[in-house]
Design a protein around this ligand. Sequence first.
Ligand SMILES: [Zn+2]
Length: 949
Amino acid sequence: MTLEDFEKSLAEDQDRRRERSDKDRRHRDRDGDRDRSKDRSSRHHHRSSHNHRRHSSRSRERDNRRDRESRHRDNDDGHRHKRSRHSTDHGDDHENSHKRRHRHERDEEHSAPKTIIQEEPSALKRDSWMEAPSALDIEYVHRPDPNRVEESTKPKMLQADFELKIHDKELNSHLRDLKDGKALDDVEEEPAQHEVDYTFGDSGSQWRMTKLKGVYREAQESGKSVEEVAVERFGDLRSFDDAREEETELDRRKTYGQSYVGKEKPSGELFQERKLKNVVHRDPHEHTRDPAEELRAEGQGKVMGTEAPSSTTKLLDQTALNRLKAQLMKAKLKGAANAAELEEQYNSAAAAAISNRSESDVVVLGVQQNRMLAGSRNEVKPVDTKRGRERGLMEDNEDMTIEDMVREERKTRGQPGGEGARLAERIAKDGKFENDLEYMDDQASKLAKRVHRSEIDIKSATINDFRKMNRILDNCQLCHHEDTNTPPVAPVVSLATRVYLTLPTEPEISEGGASIVPIQHRTNLLECDDDEWEEIRNFMKSLTRMYHDQGRDVIFYENAAQPQRKRHASMEVVPLPYSLGETSPAFFKEAILSAESEWSQHRKLIDTLAKSKQGLGRNAFRRTLVKEMPYFHVWFELDGGLGHIVEDEHRWPRGDLFAREVIGGMLDVAPDVIKRQGRWNRGGDPRVDGFKKRWRKFDWTRAGYDQIDIDACSARNPPLLVSNVPTAVDDATADVNMFLILGALRNFNAGMHSLREGKWRGRPALGHDPQGKTLGILGMGGIGRNLKKKAEAFGMKVIYHNRRQLSEELSGGAQYVTFDELLSTSDVLSLNLPLNNNTRHIIGKPEFAKMKDGVVVVNTARGAVMDEAALVDALDSGKVFSAGLDVFEEEPKIHPGLIGNQNVLLVPHMGTWTIETLIAMEEWAMENVKLAITTGKLKSPVPEQVDLQ
Ligand SMILES: [Zn+2]
């Protein structure tokens, strides 16, 4: 299908599609409502709504809890899951980093009440004053038992779930009463120092710092106290103080340089300080604190009234609970004064243990849910059809057990620096993500908690992920929706194999711009593979030429600052007046430097242009930035520009505003235009025709065998076979090639030109002999090999580069070298390769830079294998001594820089312009026709169709 047909079908289908999409939307909304009311327990997040704020989501969470709970009671099978109160309400990424071990008492499982067991983190470190032996000989703190570590490391997720249940026949009915809301507000002290599984300044650091900043900002804006906000956002003040410690540490590192490392982990000093300060303001109602603790630590640490009570409940495992009970009995027997308090302590601990259960998850997994899973954990298998690959479709993988998934999840937990990245990932997975700080802080803790919850949460996170991705794909304006055979909403003005060109949404910041878009839904351009990049570059080159033709400069940018939105990646193409093109780097540099907060850990500016010139060439962008990080990048030239890692995407201007503001500022665009960021409307974009007209002669996608669309021919059923006439022209073309080599080396053109001007020889520079010079042949096909023989007759040494190294016999002893070697060692470079998507502009600015000074360049292949403008520059700078050209990028138009340069030997595409060759070509063509009719096969099919024969 040609581009035009494609457009036509687009226009025809548009109304029908609009109608259908409306219907779909209504349908989906209904589904969503039904889902919300019916199936809560299987999911934690519903369809996105911008009205979800903290309260609504919390109350829904409560609902979910109740829902689950009731189901849990009804359900006496093995599919029980727990979710501890601790991890639920207290969980932010710090708290989750506690490696809380779930212990399983095998012998109790079948006999005794299945009481909640939640052990203290065994890695927990306490200050020495807390570890000191008690004067009362009472173990009020459960000490980690080293023997237990081994046991608890076994994957026992399912068993752990049983532990949180109360048996139906539980005799101690008061336990259940306690659980049902009568649990004491058991507030007990948090040890100031505790184990966290991150280190200061690791990759999660920026998230924690963002959160911290958010606390200060909200406190300032809302007038609430910092502590109040901190508890809301961090769940408790200790985590908040840990973050403050980290902030101080990072500040110090900044001041003293990267080599300075004061501390790696929070020492708890700030929290300790806070405890001391708060002695005075202790809440009088706080009656459940540990009396023994107070006796010993008089005047030291006091319990903080500001902490969220539920989050600080210490959960003891069965053994610890039993031990506590034993102490209580002892105390009672002895008639000790603290017996009453011990009893209270025991009761609250028991209650806390029970209260775990009130939040446990019970969700029975069906095939239905299994089917909805997607992700990298093998829960599901990718659907390996073309459409499946493109849309990331999955099918159920029955082999992946829940335990497998949990194990998989755990593998990544606790890895150095992993916490922040995973937090980011979990946020990215959230179906109702909203791009604001409040949302993030609210959700971050909730999402982070999932790691600690039962395995169902992992599943629902994955379900959310899958649903979100599906929703994004369904609504993507840049995707071709294959299921409905719907082209993108955005107009397709030029379609290559993997990448297409569209127009930016209106209002455009600079009239006549374009967007380069990968056909596959990539979330940033770094995800694109080599083939896609090849096409992106081709579009960049051809667009640059088009805008130059219009007397304009051009810059390209990609805004990938909001990865969690998973938007379809695109490169924006913005034409600028030449005068502004030169100053645009300065504009962007300034804007980036002032864009982000002062605690940035990355270098703010990544100069990919410099890197491209320092040898990274066309790979500068792809090798310098990382796709995992949010970034912004602007290209001032084909191979590079300025990049920036976006540290705090919430401070980064929303949507595309950053680039629009910078460019709008340069162009003096009205602020209301800058701020409006539109969407595409299906069909009828009045800009398309004009753009296509201007673009047509630069449209590289139309190239191929004399403008034949091979793919379209191949796609037809039966395929339309295409042949060319490959070898008949070898001799004639190689002859012209040799002529051009000699003429360019000897600088004949200048002399011949002077002669006709009546100036006899003029003052041509002295030429060079071919003898002893190295001829580099790029493309060792029929013509290249023919040329080799001819050049050797003139005493030249021949080296070559080809897609594949030729056999010794074929190459005739010519030395095979790499592309770069060919560029750097050839005295004369001859282009003899076919033109296709991969070879277009294979010789451009960076390639010229790698060549020897004073090199001679000859082209008899196709004009567009070389960037003509770059050749002109190289000739002007003296890098290239002379050139001999039989072909041109836009025949019959010739670049004025070539016409005006007397050192260049130009021939108007006469490579095959001989009687003998034309006869040979005609005969060959007739032969092809004859064979096609008699045998159905062609004598010389084009390489793309070799397999079709
Ligand atoms: Zn898309």
